[in-house]
Write a protein that binds this ligand. Structure first.
Ligand SMILES: O=C(O)CCC(=O)C(=O)O
Ligand SMILES: [Fe+2]
Length: 380
């Protein structure tokens, strides 16, 4: 068997606590990992998120949700096309390619208070990626909480806040690692009602169910700033395309996997890699993961902050899912003549060009991306 990749685990305590003595070393490690793999692990023994008790608590909440029976799941609002994705993602309800992905999911984000949401709506300043979460019905929530000391919803809400906080800290470290002012990257992430969101995934074992594809998540790059992933220790399934082959990125104890996203990579002219990755469903075992998609502000543009002739060629090759049309090609062609399908492809490319030229903001663009990966007809 090939040796596992030597992806580092970086202790980010100094970054989170602003103690500069060991910070430099961490920044070098972050930079090396981002320019070699685009992926690394983070941990911090002093942060409450990384205790075994806490990670077990949030992972247990995720399992409880997917253990609900089909009838209860049917009462969770389903994600809708249109970009604002909240609620239950049925099997087959989304894909980054023409392949059916073997997973179900649940998507939630910033928890608005009713008053704050109303005020924002009244002022007309709610953007297309903001709005209320779509939690399971109260009866299901009661069942999810029964016999557990930690409430389902509160556990997930707290986890979201912790992970966003960690992402914020990481942006500081990445700025310093790039020899930019500490707050440079955070300038693109200023609103506290962030549009970042969390997705819980349950990947199904394919062998049991007679499925023919192993794909849990098609090969892709992530679109945003950073993706932070928690899954039970030593779980496999996540794979990185590195040195021309797919290689496992198994989860480690009390750590999160960090993936750079396209937005971060583009800001740095491709210096930091937005890695091509996928999830392969295991033959017999299930996989659970909790992924935070950390985004810049809705109205952020993509300025080029780092210009370096020696950088990785990703920016030049345009190998970003963010800039590709991810609609199911078959879907796009069905019922249309080839010229119409071709035209839509061209539209996607011209919108991507507008994004890169700064004529369109990140949020408006991301709405069109979520519409590309939405698949109607996903069944429970
Ligand atoms: O479930 C995971 O570990 C990763 C999923 C993923 O790559 C994605 O949803 O973008
Ligand atoms: Fe991803």
């Amino acid at each position: 068997m090939a040796a596992p990749l030597a992806i580092p685990t970086i202790d980010i305590t100094a970054l989170l606590t602003n103690t500069s003595t060991t910070q430099d070393k961490q920044n070098v490690a972050v930079l090396n990992a981002f320019t070699t793999y685009g992926v690394f692990y983070i941990t911090s023994p002093t942060h409450p998120l990384f205790t075994t008790e806490n990670t077990n608590q949030v992972l247990d909440a995720t399992k409880r949700l997917f253990d609900l029976d089909a009838e209860q799941k049917a009462h969770i609002p389903k994600i809708q096309p249109g970009g604002f994705t909240r609620g239950y993602v049925p099997i087959g309800g989304e894909s980054g390619s023409a392949t059916k992905e073997l997973k179900e999911g649940f998507s939630y984000g910033y928890e608005w208070s009713e008053e704050a949401l109303k005020a924002k709506q009244a002022g007309g300043s709610l953007n297309g990626l903001q709005g209320p979460n779509a939690w399971p019905a109260q009866a299901s929530l009661d069942q999810l909480d029964q016999g557990h000391k930690d409430a389902f919803k509160g556990t997930l809400q707290e986890f979201y806040l912790h992970v966003c906080d960690i992402a914020k800290g990481l942006l500081k470290g990445i700025s310093l690692a790039l020899a930019l002012p500490e707050e440079e990257l955070s300038k693109y992430c200023t609103t506290s009602e962030t549009i970042s969101f969390m997705r819980l995934f349950h990947y199904l074992p394919y062998a049991d169910q007679g499925h023919t594809s192993q794909i849990g998540s098609s090969a892709h790059t992530d679109w945003g700033f950073l993706t932070l992933i928690l899954s039970p220790s030593k779980t496999v399934g996540l794979q990185l395309f590195h040195e021309n082959k797919w290689q496992d990125v198994p989860s480690r104890d009390n750590s999160l996997v960090i993936n750079g996203g396209d937005y971060l990579s583009l800001l740095t002219g491709g210096k930091l890699i937005s890695p091509l990755h996928r999830v392969v469903s295991n033959g017999k075992e299930e996989r659970y993961s909790m992924c935070c998609f950390y985004y810049p502000d809705y109205d952020a543009k993509i300025p080029l902050l780092v210009q370096d002739q020696e950088v990785h060629g990703q920016a030049a090759s345009g190998n970003y899912s963010l800039l590709r049309d991810q609609r199911d090609e078959e879907d796009a062609k069905q019922g249309q003549d080839a010229s119409a399908a071709g035209k839509e492809g061209q539209d996607a490319r011209s919108v991507a060009t507008k994004l890169l030229n700064g004529d369109i903001n990140f949020g408006d663009y991301i709405i069109s991306k979520w519409t590309q990966v939405y698949r109607k007809g996903g069944a429970y």
